[in-house]
Structure formats: C-alpha cells, structure tokens
Design a binder for this molecule. Structure first.
Ligand code: 5GP
Ligand code: ZN
Length: 116
C-alpha cells in the first residue's frame, strides 16, 4: 500500500475529516465511521506501516505507544475498570480492510470470546 493512497494517512494529514479523540506526536485517535460498540475508537500511528505483519523492530516503541494510548482513552471514557477490547486485525483472515496499522478500542458493552 502506497501511503499516498492511504485513507488513514489522509485522515492524519487532515485532508479527510475525522472525529478526533486524541492526538500527539506519534498517533491520532478518532471515532470509527461504523462503530461496533458505544465507544469505537481507532488509534493510528502517524507513520504509515501496513500491518502488524509488516512491523519491525523500528516500530516497537510506536506499537507500545498505541497500546498505552488506547488504555488511557479507555480510562478517560470511563469503562477501563468495567473492561474493554483492543483489537489489531491483521491481513485478510484477520479481517483487516485498511492497510495502515490501527488499534481498535471498543468499550461500553460486554464482549464475547472468541470473536467471530
Ligand atoms: P479494519 O477492518 O482494517 O481492522 O478496520 C478498518 C476500520 O476503519 C473499520 O472499522 C471502518 O469502519 C473504519 N473506517 C474505514 N474508513 C474510515 C473513514 O474514512 N473514517 C473513519 N473514521 N473510519 C473509517
Ligand atoms: Zn497510511
């Protein structure tokens, strides 16, 4: 995936609008367009990489940053203690549709396991 054709790169650049939840130097968090829970936030790195499958050591800090950001948003949203789900869909069988790595933060309802 060329980052010039990437919808999440365009959201990070501000050329496609999004409903922003949080932003810092490393990541942007915004509400999913098609929410699967009362809160469904996507936490995306500002740096483009396709998926967890293509991540390398260089992205180790970024990946940790995305996880801790999701946890902080969960606390701010007020459902951290009740619980929530963090998901990284990867490649076709994992259900990934946008090939700019992103963390789904889902909260505000109970979830079952295993997911579908
Ligand atoms: P994936 O299936 O790749 O794990 O997740 C992609 C997610 O991005 C989906 O939940 C989908 O609803 C969301 N999405 C796709 N296009 C847009 C968009 O333009 N804006 C926002 N906010 N979410 C999007
Ligand atoms: Zn991208």
């Amino acid at each position: 995936m060329n980052s010039e054709d990437c919808i999440f790169c365009k959201i990070v650049a501000g050329t496609i609008p999004s409903s922003k939840v949080y932003e810092d130097d490393v990541c942007l968090a915004f509400n999913d367009l098609n929410p699967q829970a009362p809160t469904h936030v996507l936490v995306v790195p500002k740096e483009h990489f396709d998926s967890l499958d293509t991540a390398v050591g260089e992205q180790k800090q970024t990946l940790g940053h995305l996880m801790l950001t999701a946890a902080e948003i969960a606390r701010q949203e007020g459902f951290a203690e009740a619980g929530y789900r963090v998901v990284i869909n990867t490649n076709a069988d994992g259900g990934q549709t946008v090939f700019h790595l992103h963390v789904h933060l889902l909260g505000g309802r109970p979830f079952v396991f295993p997911p579908g």
